[in-house]
Design a protein. Structure first.
Length: 125
């Protein structure tokens, strides 16, 4: 991968990381409301905030990992087969660690495992 292209990718990853870092909220505990309904509403909102923050943190971890892969010249190499990840895939998903073929095989395997679990569960029920 060209140095100029790698620098552009790094800049994009770092900018997204800074943006997301500014978006993460501090965990808040629900404040007692005037009644049980208000408290329940505040707790539901807190749970949603926590799920969104968790998602943001996973994305930030993926961005940091991609930056580390750039540092060690491992960026754009499939973690399973070792082949180069297509530039178009990296453009669409800059934190991708798998080539399209390996990603599809992984997803098909997970789907097959889910189907086996459902079939086993149905057979017991």
């Amino acid at each position: 991968m060209e140095s100029m292209h790698r620098n552009r990718i790094r800049l994009d990853l770092e900018q997204e990381l800074v943006s997301l870092n500014n978006s993460v909220r501090i965990c808040r505990f629900p404040i007692a409301g005037p009644d049980e309904n208000e408290l329940a509403s505040r707790m539901a909102e807190q749970n949603l905030d926590n799920m969104l923050d968790s998602r943001l943190c996973r994305r930030m971890d993926a961005l940091r990992a991609a930056i580390r892969r750039l540092d060690v010249n491992d960026y754009g190499v499939c973690a399973l087969c070792g082949e180069k990840i297509a530039p178009s895939r990296l453009l669409a998903a800059p934190t991708a660690t798998l080539c399209v073929q390996c990603q599809e095989e992984l997803e098909e395997g997970a789907l097959a495992a889910d189907n086996r679990r459902q079939s086993a569960h149905s057979a017991r029920g």
